[in-house]
Design a protein around this ligand. Structure first.
Ligand code: F6P
Length: 327
């Protein structure tokens, strides 16, 4: 028979995302409501291996719902991918009697949780926390909405100066493997072209359309590029375009980590609160080694193993919308 979960550890791992604090708060307060002991684990799996773990109470999560970043800090911890690292982490949890784990992070963090829960008798539940939204099986990930709105606000500002000077601007947004931030922010700001890692780009098509627009005296052109597109980001795209259009006035703007910070949007706070609440209920109900997703406004519990295998897919509809609206 499965042991009842009585002590839960919570950690944030991988790239931080606005709304992680709201999720931590929900886990802590739901756990306390159910009479559980809750432990915060600092810097993700790193703190689990180094025993940087502390007891949390309701007050430890006061006044954090509106704050970006994560009070538990985060890290990308390679040692946890080694059996030795996971063993150390397990021993630290075991010594404190922690018998359930909530992991807030992206697919890499879920991969770690899945491996850990296969090897050791500590059930894990994941919460999708990543600005990239590249986790299959959920309509939302914590942080995406805030990040994409930050990108939109910044691109709108660049558009003012771009328009004043009749320039071509190439704006790089985050997304090493995923184009969701580029697609959403590009559509929302009326970008003429959007380059994403999931699709091949025909650079000659872009060049031809810029030449054709030049003939029509449409000199302002906005190109949004995900950092992980096939060329390797905005600076590389600029080189290719400059080569083919030596007289064009092109400027590059890389938005970078500004997209990961800031106060979470209402949507991110709400989904983080819902997911955090359900993560604890999952552990109590014996629904283990899953991550909590939201599909059609309903909670879904997807095996961690599936989150590991699947990557989000970009539908053709989006690509068509960009093409048609940009004319
Ligand atoms: O958190 C996801 C992400 O923001 C990616 O879009 C980006 O490529 C990466 O993290 C950057 O990570 P780091 O802050 O470790 O350089």
């Amino acid at each position: 028979m499965e042991k009842k979960v009585t002590k839960i550890g919570v950690l944030t791992s991988g790239g931080d995302a606005p709304g992680m604090n709201a999720a931590i708060r929900a886990v802590v307060r739901t756990g306390i409501y159910h009479g559980l002991e809750i432990f915060g684990i600092m810097r993700g799996y790193q703190g689990m291996m180094e025993d940087d773990i502390f007891r949390m109470d309701s007050r430890s999560v006061a006044n954090i719902i509106q704050r970006g970043g994560t009070i538990l800090k985060t890290a990308r911890c390679m040692d946890f991918y080694e059996p030795e690292g996971r063993k150390k982490a397990y021993e630290n949890l075991k010594r404190r009697g922690i018998n359930g784990l909530v992991v807030i992070g992206g697919d890499g963090s879920f991969r770690g949780a899945q491996k850990f829960s296969q090897e050791y008798d500590i059930p894990c539940v994941g919460l999708a926390g990543t600005i990239d939204k590249d986790i299959h099986g959920t309509d939302f990930t914590i942080g995406f909405d805030t990040a994409v709105n930050t990108a939109v606000e910044a691109i709108d500002k660049v558009r003012d100066t771009m328009d004043a000077h009749d320039r071509i601007f190439i704006i790089e947004v985050m997304g090493r493997d995923a184009g969701y931030i580029a697609l959403h922010s590009g559509i929302a700001t009326g970008a003429e072209n959007i380059l994403i890692p999931e699709r091949k780009t025909n650079i000659n098509d872009i060049v031809n359309s810029l030449l054709e627009k030049e003939r029509r005296k449409k000199l302002v052109n906005l190109i949004v590029v995900a950092e992980g597109d096939e060329f390797g980001g905005a600076t590389e795209v600029e080189k290719v375009l400059k080569d083919k259009l030596p007289n064009a006035e092109i400027r590059v703007c890389i938005l970078g980590h500004i997209q990961r910070g800031g106060s979470p949007s209402c949507l991110d706070r709400v989904i983080a609160s819902r997911m955090g609440f359900h993560a604890v209920e999952c552990l109590l109900e014996g629904r283990h080694n899953v991550f909590v997703g939201i599909l059609n406004n309903k909670m879904h519990y997807i095996p961690l193993a599936d989150a590991v295998k699947n990557k989000g897919k970009i539908s053709d509809e989006w690509v068509r919308i960009v093409k048609i609206l940009a004319s």
